[in-house]
Design a protein around this ligand. Structure first.
Ligand code: ADP
Length: 471
């Protein structure tokens, strides 16, 4: 038994409660039985006192002391169990002792004052036990002191036997109950031990291990299910994290090896200043791309750790979208793609972080231009719908296959890795865009048809309530 195990504590509590209850019960029983014995004896004594009183009333006016004594002897001899009687008349000194009374040699009934209240007490003469009633009885002008007794030895003996039985059996009952209690708590808590054993075996290497769920449907079954759910979430998060780390390292390795190769090639022999410049420009372009990637990784890492360093404030979304569009227009122009922006003229007030929302629209516009061939068309719209600001970026580009649609917001996911990388994408843009929308309590939806084009729709509540803020 472990010192502080629940099993031990349950058994100890069970033992204590049972011990106290049994002791209280035993004590109450003994007191009640004793009271009942005394009550029965006292009732009998009272009845006998009444009989003696009536007897004296009948006999005293007619008989002298000697005859009275004979009458008493005859009277008490006739009724068995009624021979414990003593009657005295203090005025004359006359007295009668039954034979039984002589045997016990009780103290004479001197304690009751004449005319006083009757008195009951228990005496223990010669190893026996008697219940005694002392009373004064008035007959005409004469007063008698009467002492009547009844043996209660047998009843008290039975009571003591019962008390000893209680004392003797109490430890046995308690020991048996405690063992039973220990066994029951052991049985009830066995699933907890199983949970502990399995939980001990779970580590980063075997996160797929699950606890056995007992079919009882009780608290322990619910606990196992809850822990299993938690394990599932931890495992998914752990897998996401390891995949993210692996993908990030992979993405960083490519530009680093390009820069290294370029530098090594340039240094292999003497080169003209133009050749050096070209190599440095190539390295610079890879560096720019790498620092963009690192920035994106940092944004997502911060998002994962719950850091929301956005400053949600009253802002004009139309201005922000116009700003993103003017940059998008340049990109489109460079690629020979037609660009159109339909943005309300005035202010479009919402609560949000202008820098983050500008980044969100730039990601969508940049993608639209990237995945739309020359002579295609990109259109950006901003309007208000059902209390939401709805921004739409629509293109006539290559589109997204239906089976790819569920994945496009996943990190590092790209429909065509080589092509996307060539265009400078690492597959993080849409993950970041969705995160920004969610921090604003908004969402992003996409509709796309391969070969025809795509439409990304951002919905942002005009009043995001307590959604985010600087964390
Ligand atoms: P990337 O940096 O590769 O553009 P994103 O997360 O922005 O990463 O996009 C993920 C993938 O979704 C892209 O690689 C591309 O396959 C697809 N995609 C995103 N936007 C569009 C679009 N407007 N048209 C076609 N495909 C798109």
């Amino acid at each position: 038994m472990k010192a502080r195990s629940i099993r031990f504590r349950l058994t100890a509590w069970y033992f204590s409660v049972l011990a106290v209850s049994l002791c209280l019960f035993g004590a109450a029983m003994l007191v009640a039985m004793r009271q009942s014995i005394l009550h029965a004896a006292d009732e009998e004594l009272e009845a006998r006192l009444g009989a003696v009183h009536r007897f004296l009333e009948r006999k005293v006016p007619r008989l002298d002391e000697e005859d009275l004594e004979d009458e008493f002897r005859e009277h008490s001899g006739l009724e068995p169990g009624r021979d414990l009687l003593e009657v005295r008349e203090p005025a004359t000194g006359w007295s009668y002792h039954s034979r039984g009374m002589e045997r016990y040699n009780l103290a004479p009934p001197a304690k009751v004052a004449l005319g006083g209240e009757p008195r009951f007490y228990t005496a223990q003469p010669k190893g026996s036990r008697l219940r005694v009633l002392e009373a004064s009885v008035t007959v005409g002008e004469r007063e008698f002191l009467v002492q009547i007794a009844t043996p209660v030895e047998e009843a008290f003996h039975a009571l003591e036997t019962f008390a000893w039985l209680l004392v003797g059996f109490l430890p046995v009952v308690l020991a048996a109950a405690s063992l039973g209690g220990y066994w029951m708590s052991r049985r009830a808590l066995a699933p907890v031990d199983a949970i502990t054993r399995t939980a001990r075996r779970i580590s980063a290497e075997n996160l797929s291990l699950r606890l056995e769920v007992p079919e009882t449907g009780d608290e322990l079954a619910r606990l196992s299910e809850t822990l299993n759910d938690m394990m599932r979430r931890i495992e998914a998060a752990f897998r996401r994290m390891t995949r993210f780390t692996a993908d990030a390292s992979h993405e960083l390795r490519t530009p680093v090896s390009i820069m290294r190769t370029t530098a090594e090639l340039a240094l292999r022999r003497d080169r003209s200043p133009e050749e050096y410049r070209e190599a440095l420009e190539q390295i610079l372009s890879e560096l720019e791309r790498t620092s963009r990637l690192i920035e994106d990784l940092l944004t997502l890492a911060r998002a994962d750790s719950g850091i929301v360093d956005l400053d949600l404030q009253a802002m004009d979304l139309a201005g922000t979208v116009r700003d993103a569009c003017s940059q998008g227009e340049k990109l489109a122009k460079g690629k020979g793609v037609e660009f159109q922006a339909v943005v309300p003229k005035g202010r479009f007030p919402i609560r949000g972080d202008p820098t983050a929302l500008r980044r969100l629209f730039l990601i969508l516009i940049d993608n639209a231009v990237k995945y739309t061939p020359r002579a295609g068309r990109v259109e950006v719209r901003l309007e208000s719908r059902d209390g939401y600001a709805v921004g739409e970026v629509r293109d006539t580009g290559i589109g997204i296959a239906p089976e790819d649609l569920p994945h496009i917001f996943e990190r590092f996911w790209r429909a065509d890795k080589v092509r996307s990388r060539e265009m400078g994408g690492a597959g993080l843009g849409l993950s970041i865009a969705r995160w920004i929308a969610e921090v604003h309590r908004g969402s992003i939806e996409v509709e796309s048809e391969p070969g025809k084009g795509s439409a990304f729709r951002v919905r942002l509540p005009r009043e995001p309530g307590d959604g985010g803020g600087r964390a």
